[in-house]
Design a protein around this ligand. Structure first.
Ligand code: ZN
Length: 145
């Protein structure tokens, strides 16, 4: 769910004044979103391309030092370990971000254990959040340090 991590954290970044605080909040936001029961996309290259595009949109709209951009970066960064060979469980390695362990990733809903947030809903929410982030966040109005 890297696309929602980017869009939702970019929108949430507007709540902060300092890029470093926004980045830390983005890391926390990543953990919260990982807990949500969700389907994960298997097209990692396409997802990576979308995330770079979204980060570029946020950075060029809000500013590269804006809280929106840095909250989105904090939201994206933990998932880098999902594609690194030296944190690949299939090779006997472990992942370090707490919500990347099976125990905490995509928690089941009591009474609806099969429920997973669909890719369509994730995309719709991400698009709405990204639109909110880049339309409400102009460089002259953004929290910049
Ligand atoms: Zn994650």
């Amino acid at each position: 769910m890297l696309v929602p991590h980017t869009g939702i954290n970019a929108a949430a970044g507007r709540l902060f004044k300092r890029p470093l605080v926004a980045f830390a909040a983005g890391l926390a936001g990543h953990a919260l979103l990982d807990l949500v029961p969700h389907k994960d996309i298997s097209a990692h290259k396409a997802e990576g391309f979308m995330v770079l595009l979204m980060l570029g949109l946020v950075g060029s709209s809000c500013g590269w030092r804006s809280t929106a951009f840095w909250c989105a970066m904090g939201g994206v960064l933990p998932d880098v370990e999902q594609v690194l060979p030296w944190t690949d469980p299939a090779r006997g390695r472990r992942r370090y971000f707490p919500t990347h362990s099976r125990r905490f990733h995509s928690l089941p809903v009591p009474g609806a254990r099969e429920y997973r947030t669909s890719l369509f809903l994730q995309s719709a929410v991400s698009l709405a959040a990204l639109t909110m982030a880049i339309t409400g966040c102009r460089p002259d109005r953004c929290g910049r340090s």
